[in-house]
Ligand binder design. Sequence first.
Ligand SMILES: [Zn+2]
Length: 202
Amino acid sequence: MAQVRNTVSIPVGKDQAHEAQFVSFNGLNDDKEHLALIFKGADHQTVPLVRLHSECLTGDVFHSARCDCGKQLDEAVETMAKTGGIILYLRQEGRGIGLYNKLDAYKLQDSGMNTFEANNALGFDDDLRDFSVAGQMLKALDVQEIDLLTNNPQKTASMEKAGITVRNQNSTGVFYNRHNGHYLSAKVSVANHDIDLREIAV
Ligand SMILES: [Zn+2]
């Protein structure tokens, strides 16, 4: 059984205008330092809005245009600052292959492979992320039922498998730019993400 290790309040977001409780854990089923950020928004939610965000150093920190991670994280922070909610920040960089391997995969993508083909060429499966740890974190927070902020049906399925009831799957925004169109279209065609790309020429 995972348990809450500590909770500390940190101002975050644009202009540091929002307050999030950063929660650390003991007893998670891997040795990584996953975090929960709890936002107490205007509506006190009995069923919280939850975002499972996998770490992406290039996108989250440096706002890389090769993916949409940074924009999705910013959107989650701004949304949850208003409504309340929980971001589970999962330390599984590059769909679980790690930062250096992700950079190797980017290099292969520059020669024409999509994100999944590049991971396969490096000897990895399409997606090595394990979302069961997110279920452990929610249970440690005493959360049994959620609204999940995602376009990825695999995340919803993995939460149900971990024993968490997903009441609604709420879509995220579409953050297209001239560098990430192929990445977004591969998420739709290979991993069945629910992203409406009809308006976008990719
Ligand atoms: Zn990213």
